[in-house]
Structures are given as structure tokens and as C-alpha cells.
Ligand binder design. Structure first.
Ligand SMILES: Cc1cc2nc3c(=O)[nH]c(=O)nc-3n(C[C@H](O)[C@H](O)[C@H](O)COP(=O)(O)OP(=O)(O)OC[C@H]3O[C@@H](n4cnc5c(N)ncnc54)[C@H](O)[C@@H]3O)c2cc1C
Length: 461
């Protein structure tokens, strides 16, 4: 039993009056398409899917749902990995997929104002003509709204930050239908409570982002990629700490294990030995600045025993490398179609990264489970991806996940570096945040007293 009301034919008619008949569906196929993200959590059918086209429509949907006590789950592209957009209590699935406009490019200020449903890859294609890009890059063609709501990060976060570092101003529809603006287009902002960042990472539980002004970065004139192969995982991750400690401003610092290197090489015609490997990128405006950086990377990797170091400035080879890295998940799935995967996501302070990786290897060995290990190593973030073929294996895989989270928190890190809490990490919130979870609950209660916004997420039941 929940305290929520069902979506009756009368509610459907009222929703239709708000968004128009073409922007609403109760068809099973549409509901199924919005029942599950990319995680392994059980799907749940929403009762109705709506695709608002304006912020006012979003606000009016929320106002109606709030008055009628109907749950509303925002949806971007559904690429989450922790069950974040699964409509656990049915109700209204609010897809932002038809709010995709670029409202204004403030090229001289390195900013853009967009509607939330635009995919970041599509946005970057449009921004290329201004010589600008939005740096956070989570791989899947996530929407800007979903990225902000999950505080997504990616390969280039080590240099350019996560979603939270690249947003200046938001328009948000609150549960009661109010539309508010928070933040400003100034880089420096000190006027009162930082409500902007309250909504970033809130996973649609506090409000629906209806517009965002993002911070952009000029596309670097020069980019070089470096691939370094090591005899052991331990040597590779020690090199990560050394590269970060050198003060070198790397634009990407990724770790992939030997199995992943072999698969990526085979599927993408990459010259990568089947060894624990670091993939790095350097950005610069002048050739004189990139060359010393490359030499420094070479020297550090050699010092930690790298067997092979290959640097390339060739754009085709570099793009092939990052394309391969971005499609690692699909590559694993193609390689072993018979298994299901659990993708873990923990992050720690960089000096403790080797301890975290050692724990990951030990936990996998202790539980006798197989899988792959990759990570945004420069950020102290690792994704151990574990194979599941049976209920018994699921139990052992969950034990590894649990051990990793415990270790990450013990090392001063977090249960989720970038995928968010959703359903999967809710149980760890009290351990990570202590009594601060009570304050989070109080904020939720204040902004959404009827609990209609994405219920069943972030907080343990
Ligand atoms: C293969 C693969 C690789 C990935 N790699 C990365 C990675 O490197 N880094 C990373 O950070 N993530 C990664 N992810 C996870 C995922 O892509 C990101 O979390 C992404 O930000 C989700 O965006 P989305 O548009 O799909 O949002 P959804 O999954 O649709 O929604 C995400 C959350 O935001 C809420 N939401 C959506 N839109 C809004 C809005 N406008 N206002 C308020 N709330 C909203 C939803 O209710 C949900 O809680 C990966 C996923 C896959 C499948």
C-alpha cells in the first residue's frame, strides 16, 4: 500500500489538456520504454507517459500531480545505472525528450542556455562551430537534465570537472508547480544559499530542471593521446598517483584492465597489448607546452615499469581510442552475451586509489567472481564490472559491491562517484553521511511535502 493515487481517466484528460494529445501516451509500448534504465533493477511500468514541451507545461503537470498525490518521475535518456529514473510507484513518467532547444549561445562568455532534454553529444555538435564544448562526457548520449540531476562526470572530469562544475544557472519546476530560477550567468556567485547545487545531484527528487545555463570550454587547439601498458595492475595504478602528483594537468587519465585492453584492441583495430593500461590525454594551446607534458608522462610511466608507451597526435587514432573507451560496456556485452553485468561505482582520494584497487582484486578473488575493471583513475573512481549468470553468482557479486563500498567509505571516499544513488546505493547513505541524511530528508520534506517527486530513490526505505 502506498499513499499515492492512481492515474484515472479523468487525470489523463487533465494531463492531455496541459500537454496536448500528441504529448501523452498510455500505450503499453511507450510505458515499457520508460519502465527501466540501464541497471539491473526490476522494471516498473508508469501509468502514463507525458512529454511536456515547455517549462509551464512541466509546472502544470507537477501542480496537478501534487494536488492529486500522484508520483512523477522525470526521465532524460534513461541511461542511468542505479535505477535512478525507474518509476517505482507507477504514476506519471515525465519525459523531457521533447525539450531539446538551444535557447542562446553566449559565445563570448563561453556559455550556453539549453532546455533539459538535449543530449550532450548533440549539444557539442552544435557548439563545435563556435569552437566551444561542454566537457562532462558520460559516454551514453545522456541529456543535460539527466546529467545535472545525477551530477554526471566522465573521462575529462579530471581536468574540466563534473556536471556540477559546469553549470551556472537553472530554472526548476518545484513539486507544487512554482517555477524558480537559481544561480546567475556570472562565474562568481556569492548571493545567499547555493540552491543551484542543491538541485544538481538531486536525481529529480527535489524539482524538475526545465532550463540550464552551462559553462563551456574552448576546444583545445592541440590534443595528444598516450597509451601506456604495464606488467601489473599495481604498477599502473601507482603511476596514476604519480602522474596526478606531478602537477601535470592531464585532460584524461583512464585505467583499463588487461582483459578490456584485449577486447578494445580486437574490436577497434587499436594497437593495445593485453596488459593493464593507462589511457591519457593532454590538451594545449601551443606545441611548446604539449611536448614537455608528453615527456613527463613518458618518464613517469617508464619509472613505474611501463613496457610500452605510445603517444599520438593523429586525430583519427585519438578519436578511435576514445570511441572504443566510450563503448567499453557494449564491447563487454558483445564479448559475453550470455551474462548480465553489475557495474560498480566508487571513488576515493587519489592517494588511496591503489588500496581501493587492491581491495577490488581481493574481493573478486575471495568471492570467486569474474569481470572487468576500468576507471576514471585520475579522479580516484573505479568501475568494477561483474559477471552474473545465476542467483548464487548474484549474491557473490553483491558481496564484492558491498566490500568495495565499505572500503571506499573507509578510505574517505564515496559509495558513488558519478552514477548517483538511485535505488542501488540508497542503503549506504546513512553510513556515508551519518546524521546529515536527516537534513537531506528535511529538505526533501520541505520542497516536496507529498513525496511525489521520484519516490523510492536516494533514501533507504
Ligand atoms: C554505457 C554507460 C556508460 C556510462 N558512463 C558514465 C560515466 O562515465 N559517467 C557518468 O556520470 N555516468 C555514466 N553513465 C550513467 C548515465 O549515462 C548518467 O548518469 C547520465 O547522466 C544519465 O542521464 P540521462 O539523460 O540518461 O538521465 P536519466 O537516466 O533519464 O535520469 C537520471 C536521473 O535524473 C532525473 N532527471 C532526468 N531529467 C531530469 C530533469 N530535467 N530534471 C530533474 N531530474 C531529471 C531522473 O529522474 C533520474 O533520477 C553511463 C551509463 C551507461 C549506460
Amino acid at each position: 500500500m502506498t499513499h499515492f493515487s492512481p492515474v484515472t481517466p479523468m487525470i489523463v484528460a487533465q494531463l492531455e489538456a496541459i500537454v496536448g494529445a500528441r504529448n501523452l501516451s498510455t500505450a503499453v509500448a511507450d510505458r515499457q520504454l520508460h519502465a527501466q534504465d540501464m541497471s539491473r533493477f526490476a522494471p516498473q511500468l508508469p501509468e502514463v507517459v507525458v512529454w511536456p514541451e515547455t517549462a509551464v507545461q512541466v509546472a502544470n503537470v507537477l501542480s496537478l500531480a501534487n494536488a492529486q498525490r500522484i508520483p512523477v518521475t522525470p526521465w532524460g535518456a534513461g541511461s542511468s545505472l542505479e535505477g535512478n529514473p525507474i518509476p517505482r510507484f507507477g504514476g506519471i513518467l515525465l519525459s523531457l525528450a521533447r525539450m531539446t532547444a538551444v535557447l542562446a549561445v553566449h559565445a563570448d562568455d563561453f556559455q550556453v542556455t539549453v532546455l533539459p532534454g538535449i543530449g550532450y553529444k548533440d549539444l557539442n555538435v552544435q557548439l563545435a562551430r563556435y569552437g566551444l564544448f561542454f566537457p562532462p562526457d558520460p559516454g551514453a548520449n545522456a541529456t543535460i537534465g539527466g546529467m545535472l540531476a545525477n551530477n554526471a562526470a566522465g573521462i575529462r572530469t579530471v581536468k574540466y570537472g563534473a556536471a556540477k562544475d559546469n553549470v551556472l544557472r537553472l530554472e526548476v519546476a518545484l513539486a507544487d508547480g512554482r517555477l524558480i530560477h537559481t544561480g546567475s550567468r556570472s562565474i562568481k556567485q556569492a548571493a545567499g544559499y547555493d540552491l543551484l547545487h542543491l538541485f544538481v545531484g538531486s536525481e529529480g527528487t527535489l524539482g524538475v530542471i526545465t532550463e540550464a545555463t552551462l559553462r563551456l570550454t574552448p576546444i583545445p587547439a592541440l590534443m595528444s593521446a598516450v597509451m601506456a601498458s604495464f606488467p601489473s595492475v599495481a604498477q599502473a595504478v601507482e603511476a596514476v598517483v604519480a602522474v596526478r602528483g606531478s602537477g601535470l594537468d592531464v585532460a584524461a587519465l583512464e585505467f583499463i584492465d588487461a582483459g578490456t585492453a584485449a577486447l578494445l584492441a580486437r574490436e577497434n583495430q587499436l594497437d593495445l597489448p593485453a596488459r593493464p593500461t593507462l589511457l591519457m590525454e593532454l590538451h594545449a594551446a601551443h606545441p611548446e607546452t604539449i611536448q614537455p607534458g608528453l615527456e613527463m608522462v613518458r618518464a613517469i610511466c617508464a619509472e613505474f615499469g611501463a613496457e610500452r608507451i605510445h603517444a599520438t597526435a593523429d586525430p583519427t587514432e585519438r578519436q578511435r581510442l576514445w570511441h572504443a573507451r566510450h563503448h567499453t560496456y557494449e564491447t563487454w556485452r558483445r564479448a559475453r552475451p550470455e551474462v548480465q553485468w553489475l557495474i560498480t561505482d566508487v571513488a576515493v582520494p587519489i592517494s588511496t586509489y591503489p588500496q581501493l584497487i587492491a581491495q577490488a582484486e581481493a574481493a573478486m578473488a575471495a568471492q570467486g567472481v569474474g569481470g572487468f575493471m576500468i576507471g576514471h583513475a585520475g579522479d580516484g573512481n573505479v568501475h568494477v564490472t561483474l559477471a552474473i549468470r545465476s542467483a548464487e553468482e548474484e549474491r557473490r557479486v553483491q558481496a564484492v559491491n558491498h566490500a568495495l563500498v565499505q572500503k571506499a567509505i573507509e578510505l574517505g571516499g564515496t559509495c558513488t562517484g558519478e552514477h548517483g544513488v538511485g535505488i542501488g546505493k540508497a542503503a549506504f547513505m546513512p553510513q556515508e553521511h551519518g546524521t546529515a541524511v536527516d537534513l537531506m530528508r528535511a529538505l526533501k520534506q520541505m520542497l516536496d511535502p507529498n513525496g511525489i517527486l521520484n519516490p523510492g530513490k536516494i533514501f533507504p526505505a
